[in-house]
Design a binder for this molecule. Structure first.
Ligand code: SAH
Length: 249
């Protein structure tokens, strides 16, 4: 069943306006009596029936609330240094399917791409749209949030002060001691934040800066993974080790 997200709370009767209404009536050619799934701001989900169409509004009536378990118990943030081309689109889509909650694009010493303010805003909107589409497709109850692009040092310094509530690590290609498995097994938190480098990797200065802030480096194994493989693997590993990937039973 088609799914839409509303930035309000579910109630008995809902009026859909804007692009979603346009999409339902014009693109999907929905009609009275068709059913739809609606998810709200707080992850509550309900099945609705379409009861009326006007110019650019669609009226919905609640059929039943739905108990869904598509959200993991863990909260994951992926801080991804900007990769080249449209790789962040792939990462955003896959990370959404894997149940991620926040994506923070970062600029770092070895990032090749640089966006001016206007382009950065357009990119953020594009990634958010991709996350929304992926979230609808895979049946998420909550959509991930793509935050604005930030410089890596600023972000690291900010999150380092939350180390009690969130387990934060930097996936570092030169880390030889600690594997992500060992790191995760030592964490009791339910919130995870992972930093992944760009194609050129992290600079030594960035790795040392993270270390000084008390953010540990972790390895994803002995092979050098591409940035997108590293990001998708890290999300998978966390969700498998600490969250809901690996089966219902
Ligand atoms: N150009 C670098 C590799 C960068 S790979 C080099 O040749 O050494 C891009 C990013 O993916 C890295 O910055 C890191 O965050 C992550 N990554 C790739 N392989 C990894 C590994 N084996 N362990 C931990 N992180 C890894």
């Amino acid at each position: 069943m088609r799914r839409i997200f509303i930035s309000d709370l579910l109630k008995e009767n809902i009026t859909i306006t804007g692009p979603d209404a346009h999409h339902l009536s014009r693109v999907m050619r929905s009609k009275e009596g068709d059913h739809i799934v609606v998810a709200d701001d707080e992850g509550r989900v309900g099945e609705y029936v379409m009861t009326g169409f006007t110019e650019d509004r669609v009226e919905l009536e609640l059929v039943a609330y739905i108990e869904e378990k598509t959200e993991s118990d863990v909260e994951i943030t992926l801080a991804q240094c900007l990769p080249k081309g449209d790789k962040l689109e792939l990462i955003t889509q896959k990370a959404t399917e894997l149940g991620i909650n926040y994506i923070v694009p970062l600029t770092s010493d070895n990032c090749v791409v640089r966006y001016d303010a206007k382009k950065a805003k357009a990119k953020q909107e594009k990634w958010q749209k991709i996350a929304n589409e992926a979230g609808k497709q895979c049946g998420r109850s909550c959509l991930p949030e793509v935050q604005e692009i930030q410089p890596i040092r600023k972000w690291l310094a900010e999150v380092a002060s939350h180390r009690d509530e969130a387990a934060i690590c930097m996936c570092y290609e030169n880390e030889e001691q600690t594997g992500i498995k060992t790191f995760l097994r030592s964490c009791g938190q339910r919130r995870f934040m992972v930093v992944i480098g760009p194609e050129g990797g992290f600079s030594l200065e960035e790795a040392e800066y993270a270390k000084r802030l008390g953010i540990p480096s972790v390895s994803l194994g002995n092979r050098i993974l591409r940035a997108e493989t590293a990001a998708i693997s890290a999300m998978t590993i966390i969700q498998y080790e600490k969250g809901d990937l690996g089966g219902r039973i």
